[in-house]
Design a protein around this ligand. Structure first.
Ligand SMILES: NC(=O)c1ccc[n+]([C@@H]2O[C@H](COP(=O)([O-])OP(=O)(O)OC[C@H]3O[C@@H](n4cnc5c(N)ncnc54)[C@H](OP(=O)(O)O)[C@@H]3O)[C@@H](O)[C@H]2O)c1
Length: 313
């Protein structure tokens, strides 16, 4: 169990998930080391080793990763695989060398095979080919999780491996080159409403189904895993329910008050046809998510409206 005065280190602390986690940790623990790229480039093995040596963390939340939307993933598979593989190798080695008491490695639901039976159970990982549009990223994430499990198997290192579905919430990026589907849709509809456009064109057919988990639920889930689990087994983290991208778009359209039309550009890839996780493993241990999709979207709309107003003053 993490105690109030334990040194807790978070990688990727200025990202969406890291920011929310650090905010929570700082309210409850006294020695939180919030690492950013400025403190240490985790692609640099020696710098990572030195950084961990100087902080001597007892608990490590490893969240740093090269993350991006479908567009970025398609154009830079080399970058996504290489960065994520290197970062995880260096962080796990450094955590092992300082004798960290427990290390959490955050996965991602894109590690499941493209044609995965639904809902996706943890044992289906590595049973089939990955979705090609984000294969580089997925391979990097799989490597991080498997390496954590090898460290446990070979050296008895205490690691925990939650795997969240698509994460959204405050602090997400609205840059359309990098953004994920939910924040991108919020931006498209708010922009179209403010600029009086008659229609919004969205990528794909709208038929792909996705599961969304609010960042606060991811924080709660990670804390639950860190405090309660002592096994390197994968644990899916999410609500365990999905919706089609078209349903999501209609929901966001309604919540932003946009009155125009939605057109679908079916020449663009949909990505994986369906991604919904079986969350019974964490549920059986007592963890369930709490934020409803409607309330979560409302919060994101509010955040982006504030950004829009600030940028268009
Ligand atoms: N967002 C999702 O939908 C989602 C879903 C499932 C799992 N996850 C996982 O959740 C974790 C956090 O994701 P997020 O959405 O919060 O992404 P994010 O906002 O992009 O945060 C990732 C953080 O990692 C940092 N980072 C990347 N490369 C680094 C390096 N070489 N050295 C040091 N720091 C580095 C980034 O710093 P810079 O900004 O300086 O690059 C950034 O602060 C990741 O492990 C991701 O795989 C995310």
């Amino acid at each position: 169990m993490m105690k109030r005065e334990d040194v807790i280190l978070v990688t990727g602390s200025d990202g969406m998930v890291g920011h929310a986690l650090v905010h929570h940790l700082r309210g409850n623990f006294t020695h939180v080391v919030a690492l950013t790229r400025k403190d240490c480039d985790l692609e640099d093995r020696e710098a990572t080793r030195k950084c961990f040596q100087s902080h001597q963390p007892k608990f490590v939340f490893h969240l740093a990763a090269k993350v991006g939307g479908i567009k970025a993933n398609i154009s830079d598979p080399v970058g996504f695989l290489q960065a994520n593989a290197l970062i995880s190798c260096h962080v796990l080695e450094a955590a092992y060398k300082v004798g960290a008491h427990k290390t959490l490695v955050l996965g991602s639901s894109c590690i499941y095979p493209r044609e995965c039976p639904q809902p996706m159970r943890e044992e289906y990982i590595m049973t089939g080919p990955l979705e090609p549009t984000n294969e580089g990223y997925a391979l990097g994430k799989i490597l991080g999780l498997r390496l954590a499990q090898y460290y446990h198997q070979q050296h008895g290192m205490n690691v925990v491996c939650p795997v969240p579905s698509n994460i959204y919430g405050p602090g997400d990026t609205y840059d359309l080159e990098r953004s994920h589907v939910l924040s991108a849709l919020v931006r498209r509809f708010v922009d179209a409403r403010e600029e009086g456009r008659n229609s919004v064109t969205l990528w794909g057919s709208g038929k792909a189904r996705r599961e969304f988990v609010h960042v606060e639920d991811v924080v709660r889930g990670m804390l639950f895993c860190m405090q309660q689990l002592n096994t390197p087994e994968i644990h899916n983290l999410g609500p365990g329910t999905d919706c089609s991208v078209a349903e999501l778009a209609e929901k966001i359209k309604a919540l932003t008050g946009y009155k125009g039309r939605i057109d679908w550009d079916t020449s663009k890839a949909d990505g994986m046809p369906r991604k919904c996780m079986d969350v019974s493993r964490l549920k059986a241990l007592g963890f369930t998510t709490q934020v409803s999709l409607e309330n979560g979207i409302r919060e994101v709309v509010k955040e982006y409206e504030t950004i829009y107003t600030r940028e268009h003053k």
